[in-house]
Design a protein around this ligand. Sequence first.
Ligand SMILES: C[S@@+](CC[C@H](N)C(=O)[O-])C[C@H]1O[C@@H](n2cnc3c(N)ncnc32)[C@H](O)[C@@H]1O
Length: 199
Amino acid sequence: MSDEIEISRCETSKEKIHHHRGKSSESLLNKELILKALNIQAGHTILDAGCGNGYMAKVFSSKVTQSGKVYAMDPDAGAIEALRIETQGTNIEAIEGDITKPIPLNQSSVDLIYVSAVIHGFSKKQTQDFLGEAKRLLKPNATLAIVEIEKKETPFGPPLKIRFSPEELKDIVPLAPLNTITVGEHFYMQIFSNKKQQR
Ligand SMILES: C[S@@+](CC[C@H](N)C(=O)[O-])C[C@H]1O[C@@H](n2cnc3c(N)ncnc32)[C@H](O)[C@@H]1O
């Protein structure tokens, strides 16, 4: 089954947690472009929120080195168990859980929250709850990076009406918008900073 079909299966009806079994944006996104834009340092703490199979958590893991930590969170018990087994003894901690509920990490403890191909499936309330948690967890000046499929006709993907444009994200995210970067043929990454907004 192609990744295009797989990723479109991550679509959800609003309010429902979309369950993920091995679906991944991996072949659709350019990891180098993502990493270049994120300025990850050794020692950083990263949350891969809605990590799926955790392929980006593994990329982040080598960037933060053993002095850093990567939390990979997803409600899919099977995906998390597989990731937990695979990453035993590394700096990755796989957590089964819902990022729209209180996340079991301390406030102001995270340097980067990365959320890829996840929030278009959330209801308004779930999105707000996740963004509230993100703001709570981020250190001052830390980064929230949201990867989403473009809001225009594409050969695959969720219905247009549930997609976000970068401008729509900027309207709802309570953080300062930095860059919008193309990270795949149909994907962008919108970066926000947890600093006072100049608007
Ligand atoms: C399209 S997949 C993307 C997975 C991964 N981020 C990637 O880019 O390959 C969507 C993921 O969001 C997860 N997800 C859905 N609802 C969630 C929630 N409430 N909290 C955390 N993750 C959620 C799904 O389980 C699934 O793994």
